[in-house]
Design a protein around this ligand. Sequence first.
Ligand code: ADP
Length: 319
Amino acid sequence: MLKCIAVMTSGGDSPGMNAAARAVVRTAISENVRVWGINNGYKGMLEDDMCELNSHSVSDLIQRGGTFLGTARSEQFKTTEGRQLGLANLKKHGIDGLVIIGGDGSLRGGALLAQMGMPVVGLPGTIDNDVWGSDYTIGADTAANTIVEAINKLRDTASAHRRIILIEVMGRKSGWLAMMSGIAGGAEYVLVPEVKFDLDEICTEIKASYLTGKRYSIIVVAEGVGSAVDIGKIVAEKTEIDTRVSVLGHIQRGGSPSVEDRMKASMLGERAALALISGTSDVVLGFDLGKVVSINLHDAVNHKKTLDPELIRLARVLA
Ligand code: ADP
């Protein structure tokens, strides 16, 4: 049984990180285990920016996006000396286990800390839904809902003017967010980094559809494919149809978490604290088929999650 643990959020923020951290804190306290919060991810760990938390520290948080602990990126942590400094800071406060909530990079950092002897349980916190071994990552559902809301609004105006609208969404390496929101938002095309596409063919199809009466066309573009502004220029030229581009940007990261993100983040936070306290390390907790599952941390960071081919197929059928 561990006596004192810490929780941190790292990398890109995602809605639901607060719910997860809150669950870690409240679970630890209910198990009579002391719990610290590390501010600003690995940067804060190296700067010894951390403090002990109590139940009130996490009041009024479950409905908030962002992360009350702050998050940051740290190049220094990527060096062995940096990680040794971080470890020494944790030990100084008697912290003997760590819950890390973050994306792929943050979990990779956690795997290195675990190899140096610090017990680590990771939680997948990223809007990209790209952590191997888990169906789900904290924040992806809220971000997809934000995008769908934007698509709904853009569709109204696109239809009024018979326009083509391109919407650029986040996802440098992973098209999951674009694919989910494209399907749920009824987009005609979803361009993702994982799938090759033929812009000439798309433009020809759109032109033909306008000739038979179609009033609008929505194209969701994952940022990893390239700039939607540049793609939009080509589309406008080739189709000769009025085309507009909307780059959603950081609006996708913010906002109050959805019920799904609050629930799943809370479940993961509780399970992470209990696992860590009872001596489990080197795991990421995620979801598979609706149930919390434990994934080997080193496997999770050494494998790449691929976009479900079923989603790619479905998007094509429904377009
Ligand atoms: P995310 O966790 O959202 O994928 P990043 O990839 O930016 O975000 O990672 C967040 C932080 O995790 C980095 O600033 C760095 O401190 C740490 N990190 C990322 N990759 C590694 C790595 N390969 N080795 C050690 N630390 C890493």
